[in-house]
Design a protein around this ligand. Structure first.
Ligand code: SF4
Ligand code: SF4
Length: 338
C-alpha cells in the first residue's frame, strides 16, 4: 500500500480509500467484515456521506471502536446553514464519533448552488462553525465539473477536492489537478469503475493510481473486493504503463461527458451513463452491471429517434454546456443494441 502526505493536512493516507456508498445494500456482517479487513490491510481513508442511505450507521456500528486507525471523510448535500448544521451533528451521532476528519460540500455542479453554499446563511458557514468547535478537521468539496471546481477552489477556502478521474472520465487531469497541485490540496478521486460499468477492472483501478493524486476511493462491499482493489495497486506504475493508461483514457474519454447532469430526457433515457459507457462498451464490453443497465434502457433508446419534440432540435442538447451530440450517441446505441 502506498501512503502519501495528504496535501496540507498533516495526515498520511493510503492510496486506496474505502468507499462505503454501497454498504447499505449488503448484509451487515458482510459490510462489517469488509470494513475491518480493509483497516487490517492498512487502508486508512474511509469515505461516506449522509446521503448514502444508512452507510454512516454501518460505519458507526462496525468500526467506531477503531476510530484512531482511519481518516474519516463524510459529506453534506444541504445547501443552507441550518440544514447543514443538523446534518453534520447527525453524521457524528450515526458514526459514533466526536469529529470527522473531513467534511465535504457534496455534489456541487451548478454556479447558483455554489453561491448559495458559500454565501451568508449557506452550508459553508455551518462547516466553519463545526471546524471551530473541533467537530470537523478539514473542509472539502465534491462535484462533477472539473473546470468549475478549479475556479471555485482558487480562493483557498477548501483543503481537499473529491472528483471523477477514471479511464472513462479523465478530464480533471488537465482541468483541475494542476490547480490542486499548485495549492498542495488533498486530491481524492472517485468511481474508478464509473459506478461498476468499466472494465478491465485492473486497468481502471490503476489509471488514477498512475496520476498525481493522493487517494482513489473505490466502492467496496466485500472482503473479496477489498483484496481485488489492493491487488490492483500492489505494484508501482512504470512510466511505460502510465503512458499506456493515459492513451487509453484519452481514447475512452472522447465522449466528453462530465456527468454534470445538466441534461435531462423527457422519456427518461439516462443520458450521462449512455454517453460515458459508449466508448468502453465498443472497445472492451461492459461489466454485468453495465450490460444490465443497457438492457433496461433499450426500449427508451429505441424511442429517441421517433420522439417528436426532439425532431427539430434535441431538447437534451440545448442544455449541455459542452455542446455534445447526445441525440446521435443515443440513436447509435439503440442501433447497436437492436
Ligand atoms: S434527443 Fe433523445 S435523448 Fe435527447 S431529450 Fe430527446 S429523446 Fe431524450
Ligand atoms: S451530456 Fe452534457 S449535460 Fe449531460 S451530463 Fe454529459 S456533459 Fe453534462
Amino acid at each position: 500500500m502506498r501512503y502519501t502526505e495528504f496535501g496540507n493536512t498533516g495526515y498520511r493516507v493510503s492510496s486506496l480509500g474505502f468507499g462505503a456508498m454501497n454498504l447499505p445494500g449488503v448484509p451487515l456482517d458482510q459490510a462489517r467484515d469488509a470494513l475491518n479487513y480493509a483497516l487490517d490491510q492498512g487502508i486508512n481513508y474511509i469515505d461516506t456521506a449522509s446521503a448514502y442511505r444508512n452507510s454512516e450507521e454501518i460505519i458507526g456500528s462496525s468500526i467506531s471502536h477503531r476510530r484512531k486507525e482511519y481518516f474519516l471523510a463524510t459529506k453534506t448535500n444541504k445547501r443552507d446553514y441550518a440544514a447543514a448544521k443538523e446534518e453534520i451533528e447527525g453524521s457524528l451521532r450515526k458514526m459514533k464519533t466526536d469529529h470527522v476528519d473531513l467534511l465535504q460540500l457534496h455534489y456541487v455542479n451548478f454556479v447558483h448552488e455554489f453561491k448559495q453554499m458559500m454565501g451568508e446563511g449557506g452550508a459553508y458557514e455551518a462547516a466553519l462553525e463545526a471546524q471551530r468547535e473541533g467537530k470537523v478537521r478539514f473542509i472539502g468539496i465534491t462535484g462533477h465539473r472539473p473546470e468549475l471546481l478549479s475556479r471555485w477552489v482558487s480562493k483557498g477556502q477548501f483543503d481537499q477536492v473529491l472528483f471523477h478521474l477514471s479511464l472513462v472520465q479523465p478530464f480533471a487531469a488537465k482541468e483541475l489537478v494542476p490547480e490542486l497541485i499548485r495549492q498542495n490540496m488533498g486530491r481524492v478521486v472517485m468511481k474508478p469503475l464509473s459506478g461498476g460499468f468499466v472494465q478491465p477492472v485492473d486497468k481502471a483501478i490503476r489509471y488514477p493510481f498512475s496520476q498525481d493524486v493522493h487517494v482513489t476511493i473505490s466502492g467496496m462491499i466485500s472482503v473479496e473486493q477489498v483484496k481485488e482493489n489492493i491487488a490492483a495497486q500492489a505494484a508501482e506504475v512504470s512510466e511505460a504503463e502510465r503512458l499506456e493508461l493515459e492513451g487509453l483514457a484519452e481514447e475512452l474519454g472522447t465522449h466528453n461527458c462530465r456527468r454534470c447532469n445538466y441534461c435531462s430526457c423527457p422519456i427518461d433515457i439516462k443520458i450521462p451513463d449512455v454517453m460515458i459507457a459508449s466508448k468502453v462498451r465498443e472497445k472492451f464490453g461492459l461489466l454485468p452491471k453495465g450490460m444490465d443497465f443497457f438492457s433496461k434502457q433499450q426500449e427508451k433508446l429505441a424511442s429517441c429517434a421517433d420522439y417528436e419534440p426532439c425532431k427539430e432540435t434535441p431538447l437534451c442538447e440545448q442544455k449541455c454546456p459542452y455542446h455534445l451530440p447526445m441525440q446521435r450517441v443515443m440513436q447509435e446505441s439503440a442501433r447497436i443494441l437492436a
